[in-house]
Ligand binder design. Structure first.
Ligand SMILES: [Zn+2]
Ligand SMILES: [Zn+2]
Length: 308
């Protein structure tokens, strides 16, 4: 299961009822915070989320509305007695951003470790012990006014275990767990491979988060087949398309077009300009292109489960 909460849905500056764009993802008792602007801490509290134990802050780019909350959050974690290291991910240039940030904060009681998330993805448990076996995090290039990337989180699902086959092969029940973990076992001197008792990989779950970006092929590729795409939609009106492209952003229609091309199941819009006072006003622009579009709002959350 994957839990998703939009902590904030605003662009550029926090306004009273809309915090800056940020998303919180949970899976198997672990979590990642995507972007952390000014006010993300208080917005998280409002949404009933504790960020104190989060494993990673994955930044999409280094514009202030996406990172200026990091020093404050790290400081709060220190005050709360955190000792576990925290990973910070981001596109090229991460160390140049982290260095002054760490100087500003001074000493912390835990390590802050930069990490690169490759396009081909990384198994999270290889970086942070305890993440579910099939949890993968990947990045994809976004098209913004600076180097930027989006992320996709995938929870792979192993094939179905066949107990009848395991019995036929003489595998004792206490060894089934080993095979289910993807490791082979030895029975009477013969190696039994997981593939002999486990079917083809089943459909897993995928969530994609664009960060700031204009509509482009790499975002479509990164979001391909996602169950949920959380896409920036800075401007509401179609007449603002030129402005959106020039500034490396999307309109509601651009986001819907992206979702359609990527073949996602559901689209949540976020990162609204303050000129978008009521996102619902422009929702029809998106739904005309991609009907499964929903306007994101601060505190909106969902749980994604495997299909039975
Ligand atoms: Zn932004
Ligand atoms: Zn930006």
């Amino acid at each position: 299961m994957i839990g998703i909460t939009l902590i904030g849905t605003g662009a550029l500056l926090p306004i009273p009822n809309r915090a800056l764009s940020s998303m919180f993802l949970t899976c198997g008792g672990h979590s990642i915070l995507f972007d952390c602007g000014e006010g993300t801490q208080t917005a998280a509290r409002k949404a009933g989320i504790s960020l104190m134990k989060t494993d990673m802050i994955a930044t999409t780019h280094y514009h202030g509305d996406h990172i200026f909350g990091i020093p404050g959050l790290l400081q709060t974690m220190y005050s709360a007695g955190r000792v576990e290291p925290i990973y910070i991910a981001g596109p090229e240039g991460l160390n140049d951003i982290l260095r002054p940030m760490m100087e500003l904060i001074g000493g912390l009681g835990f390590e802050v470790l930069p990490v690169e998330i490759p396009h081909e993805g990384v198994r999270l448990r290889e970086i942070i012990p305890g993440w579910p076996n099939g949890a993968m995090l990947s990045s994809f290039p976004a098209q913004h006014r600076c180097i930027a990337q989006g992320y996709s989180f995938t929870l792979r699902r192993a094939g179905k275990f066949d107990p009848v086959k395991a019995q036929e092969l003489g595998v004792p029940v206490h060894m089934w767990k080993v095979l289910q973990r993807g490791e082979s076992v030895f029975v009477g001197g013969r190696e039994v491979l997981p593939a002999e008792v486990i079917g083809d990989e089943r459909r897993g779950l995928k969530v994609a988060f664009t960060g700031d970006s204009a509509m482009c092929d790499s975002v479509v590729d990164g979001a391909k087949g996602a169950d949920l795409l959380i896409c920036e939609a800075t401007y509401g009106k179609d007449s603002e398309a030129g402005k959106a492209i020039a500034r490396g952003h999307m309109t509601f229609s651009h986001a819907a077009e992206t979702a359609k091309l990527a073949g996602v199941k559901t689209l949540w819009l976020t990162h609204y300009s303050q000129s978008v006072t009521d996102p619902a006003e422009y929702l029809p622009n998106a739904q005309a292109i991609f009907p499964e579009t929903v306007c994101g709002y601060d505190g909106m959350s969902a749980e994604l489960c495997f299909e039975s």
